[in-house]
Unconditional design. Structure first.
Length: 219
């Protein structure tokens, strides 16, 4: 607040009472304006907020509107929290399921070579050669056949299944690997021949089936 009174603001010597009164009123007015400006500059934000709140009439209608707004805000926050919790629950269930299904993925992949060797051993003998085996040879052959079946049964219990790849089936690059394109009696673009079985675990390809793709009937 500026308490200094300038000489220019004082009435001249010999002024009338009216002039003196007007000059006094002007000085008082300026003093009040200065005091108000100083008070506003020193006022904190918190005090200003309190004044603003007090300026709003706290009628029952206003209180109801404030409570309704707060209720809607709390309801919105509750719905968002419930939705987030549901998403977390679903993600956790999916992660647990994936962990259970794919936990044996690497182990199953290592056993595929065992399955391939058993299949080659069984395919090495024709029906005529098998019929000519001795009793000991037939027992050995039956044991290899049973071992392959048991291995495939164990695969199935853990979600490891064979990929279908028969001649005439539609070629699917997600589960089939084309190693050649040959003329055949099968429709163009379909599987013409199977070279190696494919396997998958759950919905994930463990090993693509190696196939030849048909180029159509030769001319």
């Amino acid at each position: 607040m500026n308490d200094e009174i300038k000489t220019d603001d004082l009435p001249e010597h010999g002024a009338s009472k009216r002039d003196l009164k007007d000059a006094a009123d002007e000085l008082l007015k300026r003093a009040k304006q200065d005091a108000k400006a100083d008070a506003e500059s020193d006022m904190s934000d918190e005090f200003a907020d309190e004044i603003e709140e007090e300026a709003v009439p706290q009628t029952p209608q206003n209180q109801i509107l404030i409570l309704e707004a707060e209720k809607e805000e709390m309801r919105d926050q509750l719905l968002r929290t419930l939705a987030e919790m549901e998403n977390i629950r679903k993600r956790s269930e999916r992660q647990v399921l994936d962990a259970r299904i794919y936990a044996v993925e690497k182990f199953a992949g290592d056993l595929l070579s065992v399955s391939d060797n058993l299949a080659r051993a069984l395919q090495a003998l024709s029906d005529e050669d098998r019929a000519a085996l001795s009793e000991a040879g037939k027992s050995l052959f039956d044991g290899i056949e049973m071992t392959e079946k048991e291995l495939h049964t164990a695969f199935g219990r853990h979600g490891v299944t064979e990929i279908a790849a028969e001649p005439g089936d539609t070629f699917d690059p997600n589960v089939h690997q084309a190693v050649s394109n040959i003329p055949s009696d099968q429709p163009n673009g379909t599987i013409a021949a199977l070279f190696q079985n494919g396997w998958k675990i759950g919905e994930r390809t463990l090993r693509a089936a190696m196939v030849a793709v048909s180029a159509g009937t030769p001319n």
